[in-house]
Design a binder for this molecule. Structure first.
Ligand SMILES: Cc1cc2nc3c(=O)[nH]c(=O)nc-3n(C[C@H](O)[C@H](O)[C@H](O)COP(=O)(O)O)c2cc1C
Ligand SMILES: [Mn+2]
Length: 446
């Protein structure tokens, strides 16, 4: 299902609200969006001052809205993605290149990024950001395609700066191209099917795998249609609302940032990689997509990684029931594991296994199955009442973590776990207080 058909189906389910009043793309749009963050409706900004196209925000900030994009409930999303990942690994369906792609209905004569509906979000952001567009590139040695998402700041009519974290496949491609003195060609795809967005961020795909095969699995094993580009040798998503063609320049760095990040803090301005845009193509009646860093990213990382994490933990540790990459921990940096350890010590094993399975984690909390892992208050209460730091704490100093977490400068930080499970044999002390179930319909209460 292409982006606009998916938006249409969300409209029919009552999961879209239209902001009819004109908003300024600088700060005002995000200010309005922030007030709706996490709710059961995504927003379409119909009129954006000085811009031609509407823009959608909030497609990922609520797991039920997210699930609806795949026809499942919010709680079913991780398993849905996990199943697709398995099919992708056993029988991948590669993408196909099609003629007359919708994303090239209009080829802009004048390359001017400032005409596109790209908002400036947080008050101290360094500029307008594309923060949820899917970047496609090809391995300079093997030609294997990669898809990933990167924050991209507009710095001129045909120029941007972007961030490529350590370890990203795109950065590996780029560094090999740069060594040869060559640019790395890319397409930047905005307004793509949920399957393509998801394949770009799902952990657990190797550098020699074309993630677009995962997108096919996510849309019922139907091949993703690609467009041949006009100015670069790498394809775009044929149904995308907008495709920017461009190249990441070798040996050039220019300032990028600050950017109000997923942590709720600003990433600092620094010299980073530069993209020169060589073509802008789009569909007729374009509708762009933007994202508010926060819940949308916590759900992106969470929903796309929980299934894999649960699978690994279940194989390695007995008693594991479920995992949640909690919003309270920004999705990446902490997870709650639900586990009823059959013997003393397995709570700690669950902590160690989680660190191995998902490298950005700083913090793991393990609780029994009577705790609601999606409720931060219930989890914190279990830590308060069941966790003794003199024996239930695991700390690994100075391990490799995620650079964006401000407590891990240079990507180096502590990993620590709270084993808040009830020691086997001590259940009686932790029996939950219960009250009689009553039928409120039988009572007059005014
Ligand atoms: C909304 C969003 C924004 C992201 N921004 C960046 C970014 O600016 N830089 C980066 O390196 N990774 C960013 N990521 C993470 C990567 O896209 C993600 O880890 C991806 O799986 C990497 O692909 P790879 O495995 O092919 O390297 C972002 C993810 C999301 C969901
Ligand atoms: Mn990859």
């Amino acid at each position: 299902m292409d982006f606009r058909t998916m938006i249409q189906s969300l409209e029919e389910k009552g999961m879209i609200a239209h902001v009819r009043t004109e908003v300024d793309p600088v700060h005002e749009l995000a200010g309005v969006a922030k007030r709706f963050e996490g709710g059961k409706k995504a927003l379409i900004f119909d009129k954006v001052k000085g811009k031609e196209f509407p823009v959608v925000c909030g497609l990922w900030w609520n797991r039920d809205v997210l699930g609806a994009q795949f026809g499942v409930s919010g709680r079913e999303v991780p398993a849905y993605i996990g199943n697709a990942l398995e099919r992708f690994h056993s029988a991948p369906v590669p993408p196909v290149i099609v003629g007359a792609p919708p994303c090239q209905e209009i080829v802009e004569g004048d390359i001017d990024l400032t005409r596109l509906t790209i908002p400036t979000l947080a008050l101290e952001d360094g500029g307008a950001y594309l923060d949820d567009s899917v970047v496609i590139a090809k391995d300079p040695d093997t030609g294997v395609r990669n898809t990933s998402i990167h924050r991209i700041m507009v710095t001129g009519k045909n120029r941007c700066t972007m961030l490529m974290d350590l370890g990203r496949h795109l950065r590996d491609y780029y560094e090999r191209a740069e060594k040869k003195g060559q640019p790395l060609e890319i397409t930047i795809n905005n307004g793509v099917p949920a399957s393509v967005y998801t394949c770009a961020i799902t952990a657990g795909t190797a550098i020699d795998e074309d993630e677009l095969g995962l997108a096919a699995a996510l849309q019922g094993d139907k091949a993703i249609a690609l467009s041949r580009s006009r100015t670069v040798g790498v394809e775009g998503i044929a149904s995308a609302e907008v495709v920017l063609e461009g190249r990441i320049l070798p040996r050039v760095r220019e300032p990028e940032g600050p950017f109000g990040e997923v942590t709720g803090y600003y990433a600092q301005r620094d010299d980073r990689w530069v993209v020169e845009i060589t073509a802008i193509t789009r569909r007729r009646d374009t509708m762009m997509q933007t994202l508010l860093p926060g819940k949308e990213v916590w759900n992106s990382i969470g929903a796309c990684s929980e299934a894999g994490l649960l699978k690994t933990l279940s194989k390695q540790v007995p008693g594991v029931k479920n995992v949640y990459l909690a919003h309270a921990n920004c999705g990446f940096y902490g997870c709650v594991v639900q586990c009823d350890p059959p013997r003393a010590g397995f709570g700690k094993n669950a902590i160690l296994a989680a660190f191995g399975a998902f490298p950005p984690l700083n913090m793991v909390t393990v609780v029994n199955s009577d705790v609601d892992i999606f409720d931060a208050e219930d989890v914190m209460r279990a830590v308060t009442l069941r966790f003794d730091p003199t024996k239930d704490l695991v700390v690994v100093p100075a391990a490799a973590c995620h650079e964006l977490n401000p407590v891990c400068p240079g990507g180096l930080g502590a990993k620590y776990g709270f084993d808040a499970t009830i020691p086997p044999g001590e259940e009686e002390r932790y029996r939950r207080v219960a009250f009689r179930e009553v039928d409120l319909a039988k009572y007059v209460i005014e």
